[in-house]
Design a binder for this molecule. Structure first.
Ligand SMILES: Nc1nc2c(ncn2[C@@H]2O[C@H](COP(=O)(O)OP(=O)(O)O)[C@@H](O)[C@H]2O)c(=O)[nH]1
Ligand SMILES: [Mg+2]
Length: 243
C-alpha cells in the first residue's frame, strides 16, 4: 500500500526587536492546523525576542530558532532561513513578517495553492488596495514601487514587494541564493523575478495587510534606493542572459 505523501512546510519569520509580537504570531501560525514548522531567524534582537522563542521551543517541537549575531538585513535572514530549510525535508517554504501585518488565516490558501503553482504571493493590490492603517505617503510609495517594478522588469504581478508568500521547494533549489544579493523590498522583487524567468508558475491571492500595532518598522531609505536600482539590474542582466 502506498501512503499518500503529505506535504510539509516551513514558515520563515525574520525578527529584529519583535518581542511584543513574536509569541502571538507563532501561536497564530500553529492555530491553522496545517503541517507547518516555524523557523524564526533573529538577528540578536536586544529586546529579547530570541529568548521568548526559546521559552516556547521547550513546549513546541515544531518551532525552531536560528540566531545570528547582529542585524544583517531581511534578505540575508531569508537566505539563511531558506538554506536551513533546503537542508531539511520541507516541500514548501513561506515568508511572513513577525509584526502581525500578515494574518496567519491566509496560510491555508497559500498552502493549498502550492499544489498547483510554484510561487504564491499574498497580494495587497489584486483586488483594489487592501492595506489598513498606512499613512497615504507609505501607501503611495508601495503602490508606485510596484508599478515601477512592473514597467521596468515586465513582471506580470500586482504586488511583487509583498513579504507574505509561499514557494515550492524546487524554486529555491533552482535559484542560486548566492547570486541573490538584495535585502529589503528588492529581495522580494528579485525572488519573484528570478522564479518567473526560470519559467515557474506564479499566482497571487488577495490578502489584507494591516500595519503593525506594536514595535517599529525597520525599513529605511537605503532599502528603497536599493529597489530603485535593483529592478534595472535585473532587467539588464536578464537581457544579457547573465541572471
Ligand atoms: N532577522 C532580521 N529581521 C528583520 C530585519 N529587518 C527587518 N526584519 C523583520 O522583517 C519583518 C518586516 O519588517 P518591518 O520592519 O515590519 O517592515 P515593514 O513592514 O515594511 O515596515 C519584521 O518581522 C522585522 O522584524 C533584519 O535586518 N534582520
Ligand atoms: Mg511591518
Amino acid at each position: 500500500m502506498t501512503a499518500e505523501k503529505r506535504e510539509r512546510g516551513l514558515v520563515i519569520i525574520p525578527t529584529y526587536n519583535e518581542a511584543e509580537n513574536i509569541q502571538r504570531v507563532v501561536r497564530g501560525v500553529f492555530d491553522q492546523a496545517l503541517p507547518l514548522d516555524i523557523l524564526v531567524v533573529d538577528d540578536g534582537s536586544p529586546d529579547g525576542t530570541a529568548e521568548l522563542v526559546e521559552s516556547m521551543i521547550a513546549e513546541e517541537d515544531r518551532l525552531h530558532l536560528l540566531r545570528r549575531s547582529s542585524k544583517m538585513g531581511l534578505g540575508s535572514a531569508y537566505r539563511d532561513g531558506m538554506r536551513w530549510a533546503l537542508k531539511r525535508r520541507y516541500d514548501y517554504m513561506f515568508e511572513m513578517d513577525a509584526d502581525l501585518s500578515h494574518d496567519p488565516k491566509y496560510l491555508p490558501e497559500l498552502f493549498w495553492k502550492l499544489k498547483d503553482y510554484d510561487l504564491v504571493l499574498g497580494s495587497r493590490y489584486v483586488q483594489g488596495v487592501n492595506v489598513v492603517n498606512w499613512p497615504l505617503g507609505r501607501l503611495l510609495l508601495s503602490w508606485f514601487a510596484n508599478l515601477y517594478s512592473r514597467i521596468v522588469t515586465g513582471l506580470p504581478v500586482a504586488d511583487s514587494t509583498s513579504g507574505f508568500r509561499g514557494f515550492r521547494r524546487d524554486i529555491l533549489e533552482a535559484i542560486d541564493l548566492e547570486r541573490v544579493k538584495s535585502d529589503g523590498y528588492a529581495f522580494q522583487i528579485e525572488m519573484v523575478f528570478r522564479a518567473w524567468k526560470l519559467g515557474f508558475q506564479v499566482r497571487e491571492i488577495s490578502i489584507t495587510f494591516v500595519e503593525r500595532r506594536s514595535g517599529v518598522s525597520k525599513m529605511s531609505k537605503g532599502v528603497i534606493w536599493e529597489a530603485v536600482w535593483m529592478v534595472w539590474y535585473l532587467r539588464v542582466m536578464s537581457l544579457l542572459g547573465r541572471l
